[in-house]
Structure formats: structure tokens, C-alpha cells
Design a binder for this molecule. Structure first.
Ligand SMILES: Cc1cc2nc3c(=O)[nH]c(=O)nc-3n(C[C@H](O)[C@H](O)[C@H](O)COP(=O)(O)OP(=O)(O)OC[C@H]3O[C@@H](n4cnc5c(N)ncnc54)[C@H](O)[C@@H]3O)c2cc1C
Ligand SMILES: NC(=O)c1ccc[n+]([C@@H]2O[C@H](COP(=O)([O-])OP(=O)(O)OC[C@H]3O[C@@H](n4cnc5c(N)ncnc54)[C@H](O)[C@@H]3O)[C@@H](O)[C@H]2O)c1
Length: 445
């Protein structure tokens, strides 16, 4: 039995934020990881996806500038791109582990599980701690259809030696839209199949429709209101069949129909930790139904989007909660930006235009077509639009939804504007380099 102040289950962005934070405060901590040190984001999520996306973005920039004195659109070389991705990801687990080693943070490579006495079993090691933090994340959900065993996931896509000529994505959420965009840019025939009429449900419906039009214009076969019911081998390929009886052959089918919390094998019932189908139940101090066990990041059942910066923020909150001498306030989140990356990026933050329309006494919405604004005309962005939500009483921006090739930058500027409660007078106090995206900020409200 080894004794610690805090044991952390999961060595992803959430768990590592807790481990380093508590270690810096002088706690004896141990972190347990069953698979790849670093977790989903740097190994098989955000970072590898964004490495592939760099080539997609460069290709898109070249394509739109064909009428702008540029000749020729570069082609994606999948093996070379994958080699670049692997050069990055292959270093992550070792680099993360050696970081823990040099910080002298105890770490165990094993699937952790609670024992009935509340200790944590990590392989042959039994770890006893005053508190435990669960940060075990989510894993891809495989829909229950005939031929489920033939479905691949984002983990497979992001490490494919060979990308088939024709691929199908089942589910048009973040993962489906982003990976479909990459496969399409690599010159593959792509089917993006969604079961309802509302892909990317958390985002503004008008802007999602604009994005779907962009995906279709790029040649992606977007099928809404379509249920895939069967996948079966057909020679070297797979045959996909829908509920309406339509069918086609495709090289690979990827389940991009959401992710599920990793909770099944943790022995949570032994330690009185309640869960729902969405994850671990926590209060507004991120404490589970067992007061000595906390949970953070993708594994928790909370309404905040499941994103790396959110996992890190929750990790830092738990560090404060476990080291403060006085009682800490409930967790309060700043406005959280989310971005669906691609040739056209879709981003959102704060009060949504839909919420604003429901409460039009409090908010107004500026729906601006930015396509002909200099910043977007310069790069020949085919469609740039922003809906800015403004609080009537203060005149301040409190939310926005953006579609453009530059949305990831615009949304981060707006994150500062919203967080710092800047009104247009305050923004005008700064001299911002012109002509840039930042210098557009004063015209949004
Ligand atoms: C394809 C894809 C793209 C994404 N892109 C973005 C993006 O662009 N931006 C963004 O912000 N977010 C993105 N995300 C989401 C982001 O990866 C997650 O929000 C983030 O990784 C959550 O961190 P976490 O620490 O909660 O969980 P994870 O990173 O999933 O880490 C949990 C860790 O716990 C380990 N574990 C599980 N069970 C046990 C056990 N019993 N014992 C020990 N260890 C265990 C797992 O192996 C894993 O390493 C993406 C996700 C995917 C899948
Ligand atoms: N850019 C980013 O920040 C980024 C990128 C990828 C993933 N993520 C994170 O990972 C999480 C998971 O992403 P995701 O795309 O897997 O999930 P998601 O929940 O965003 O989307 C899955 C979609 O699939 C649909 N669906 C469910 N069952 C289906 C079926 N049988 N057939 C067709 N469609 C079906 C759902 O209605 C949903 O719209 C996201 O919520 C996000 O937090 C973030």
C-alpha cells in the first residue's frame, strides 16, 4: 500500500493539470494512465487533427486565391501528411511521462480501479489517498447497428496508413464534419450521413446551414435525415444500407456519432459514486456523490462543452479546492469558445443568437455578412458571416456565432472582449494594427 494526498485517474489534459497543480502546492500525488500518456487531445484528438488541418487550410487558401494572381491548387499527399502527424504524436506519450518523471510525480501505467476500501488498484500497486480525482475522459460511441464490428472511429482515421478513395461518416457532429473535411480535401469521395435535420446541434442553425452548403459545394455527399442501419463487407469494400433502403459501397465507415464517458470498469459502485449515461454526477464543486472523490473533464455529466481548455480549467479549480484553507466558491465558467475547424470554420461563444431571440428584451442580434469586408475580401473567403449578440442595457457584446475562414481567431478576440466586459468605447481606446481581424472588432456592435 502506497500513501498519497491525491491520486488522479487519467493522464490526459484534465488529470495532468491536477497532478502538476497539486504537486506545485506540495502535495504527494500519483497519476495513473492505462493507455497513452497525454490522453486524447495530443494523441488522437485536437492536435493530430489540427496538424492534418494545416494542409487543408493551406489548400483552401490557395483555392480561393486562384482569381487573385495565384496559379495551381496543391494536392494533399496522405502518406507524407500522416508521417508529419506521427512525427508529432509518437513523441507525446514518452515526452509526457518523462515530464512526470523529472517533476518527480509518482505515475503508474495501468488501468485504475477502486477497491471496496476506497483505495485505488493500479495493476499490482495499491494506492491509498485522502482524495481521488477521476479524469478518465470519453471514448468513441459505436452505434448499435448490424455490422457494428466493421465501424472505425476517429482514433483509426487519425492514424490511417491508407485513406480509401471513398469513405463514409456516420454522424455530423464536430468529429464527423472535421474529418469529412480532411478526407474531402485529400481528394476522396466523402459521404457525411446524419440521422436528424440538425447537424452540429449546439451551433447556430443558419450558420450550420451555410456550412453544410460549403461542404456540399466542396463535393461532400451530405445526407440528412438518414439512418444507416447496416454495414457489411462487400469484396474489398463495405456496403452501407440506410433505413429507407438506399445503399452504396464505400472503403471505410467511421462512427462519428458521439462519445461516451469512460466509467464502466472503474468500480464506482464500490465507492458510492453516482453516474448517468452522460458521465459522473458532480456538484458545483466538481465533487462526486462521494465527498473525497472529484471528477473533471470529459468524463463529467455537465452541460459545458467537452473541450481541452474546459478540462484544464476544471483541473485548476480542483487544485484550488483541494489546497484552499477556506471554503471555495462554486465553479464559475467564463464564456467558452467552441470551434469546428475546416476550410470554413464555425465558431461560437457566450449567449447564442437563438437564446437572444428568445429574450429579445434583454438582447439584440447583429447579423452581419462579412464576405465583402476587407479582411475577408482580401483572402476571397467565399462566405463570412457573424451574428453578434449584444446586451441592450450595457451595449456590450455577450455572445457571437461566426462562420469564416478566420473564425478561430475572431472568436478568441471576442473571448477577451466578453471576459473583460469591454464595450466599443473601451475597444477604441486600443490602437490595433490595421488592416487585421482585430481592427474589425469596433464595428461589431
Ligand atoms: C477527434 C477529436 C478531436 C478533438 N478536437 C478538439 C479540439 O480541436 N479542441 C478541443 O478543445 N477539444 C477537442 N477534442 C476534445 C478533447 O480531446 C477532450 O475534451 C480532452 O482530451 C478532454 O481531456 P480529459 O483529460 O478530460 O480526457 P482525455 O484526454 O480523454 O484523457 C483521459 C485519459 O484517461 C485514461 N483512462 C481512462 N480510463 C482509465 C483508467 N481506468 N485508469 C487509468 N487511466 C484511464 C485514458 O486512457 C485517457 O488517456 C477532440 C476530441 C476528439 C476525439
Ligand atoms: N473542434 C473541437 O473542439 C472538437 C472536435 C472534435 C471533437 N470535439 C469534442 O468531442 C466531442 C465528441 O464529438 P462527436 O462529433 O463525436 O460528437 P457530437 O455529439 O458533437 O456529434 C455526434 C452527432 O452524431 C449524431 N448521431 C448520433 N447517432 C447517430 C447515428 N446513429 N447516425 C447518424 N448520426 C448520429 C448526433 O445527433 C450528434 O449530432 C464533442 O462534443 C466535442 O466536445 C471537439
Amino acid at each position: 500500500m502506497q500513501q498519497f494526498d491525491t491520486v488522479i485517474l487519467g493522464g490526459g489534459p484534465g488529470g495532468l493539470a491536477v497532478a502538476y497543480g497539486l504537486h506545485a502546492q506540495g502535495q504527494r500525488v500519483a497519476v495513473v494512465e492505462k493507455d497513452l500518456w497525454g490522453g486524447t487531445c495530443p494523441n488522437r484528438g485536437c492536435d493530430p487533427k489540427k496538424i492534418l488541418m494545416a494542409a487543408v487550410e493551406a489548400q483552401a487558401r490557395s483555392a480561393t486565391l486562384q482569381s487573385h494572381g495565384l496559379n495551381g491548387v496543391p494536392q494533399l499527399d496522405w502518406p507524407a501528411l500522416m508521417a508529419k502527424k506521427r512525427a508529432y504524436t509518437s513523441m507525446i506519450p514518452g515526452g509526457t511521462e518523462s515530464g512526470l518523471k523529472s517533476a518527480e510525480i509518482a505515475h503508474f501505467h495501468a488501468a485504475a480501479r477502486f477497491n471496496a476500501d476506497g483505495s485505488v488498484q493500479a495493476g499490482k500497486d495499491q494506492l491509498k489517498a485522502t482524495n481521488v480525482v477521476i479524469a478518465t475522459g470519453q471514448a468513441p460511441r459505436l452505434p448499435h447497428i448490424a455490422g457494428q464490428e466493421w465501424l472505425r472511429t476517429s482514433n483509426d482515421f487519425l492514424d490511417l496508413d491508407h485513406l480509401p478513395d471513398d469513405v463514409t461518416f456516420m454522424g455530423a457532429g464536430y468529429v464527423g464534419v472535421e474529418l469529412a473535411t480532411i478526407a474531402n480535401a485529400a481528394g476522396r469521395q466523402v459521404h457525411l450521413v446524419h440521422h436528424s435535420d440538425r447537424p452540429l446541434r449546439a451551433f447556430d442553425a443558419d450558420l450550420v446551414q451555410d456550412l453544410m452548403s460549403r461542404l456540399k459545394a466542396a463535393g461532400i455527399d451530405v445526407q440528412l435525415m438518414t439512418d444507416i442501419v447496416k454495414v457489411e463487407p462487400d469484396g474489398d469494400e463495405y456496403r452501407v444500407t440506410t433505413k429507407s433502403g438506399a445503399s452504396w459501397t464505400t472503403g471505410m465507415v467511421f462512427a462519428s456519432a458521439g462519445r461516451l464517458p469512460v466509467i464502466a470498469d472503474l468500480g464506482l459502485d464500490q465507492v458510492n459514486v453516482a453516474t448517468t449515461t452522460h458521465g459522473i454526477t458532480v456538484n458545483d464543486h466538481l465533487q462526486t456523490t462521494n465527498p473525497h472523490i472529484f471528477a473533471i473533464g470529459d468524463v463529467v455529466d455537465r452541460p459545458q462543452p467537452k473541450l481541452t481548455p474546459v478540462a484544464g480549467y476544471e483541473g485548476r479549480y480542483v487544485v484550488t479546492a483541494l489546497t484552499a484553507t477556506d471554503a471555495v466558491d462554486p465553479i464559475h465558467y467564463p464564456a467558452i469558445p467552441s470551434v469546428v475547424y475546416g476550410k470554413s470554420q464555425l465558431a461560437q461563444i457566450g449567449v447564442t443568437p437563438e437564446q437572444a431571440q428568445r429574450d429579445s428584451q434583454t438582447y439584440r442580434v447583429n447579423d452581419l455578412d462579412l464576405t465583402h469586408w476587407f479582411s475577408y475580401q482580401r483572402i476571397e473567403d467565399p462566405k463570412a458571416r457573424i451574428k453578434v449578440v449584444i446586451e441592450r442595457a450595457s451595449g456590450r457584446i455577450v455572445g457571437a456565432a461566426v462562420l469564416s475562414m478566420e473564425a478561430e481567431q475572431v472568436i478568441n478576440y471576442l473571448a477577451f472582449v466578453i471576459q473583460q466586459k469591454l464595450d466599443s468605447v473601451a475597444i477604441n481606446q486600443s490602437i490595433l494594427a490595421y488592416p487585421t481581424l482585430a481592427s474589425d472588432l469596433t464595428y461589431f456592435n
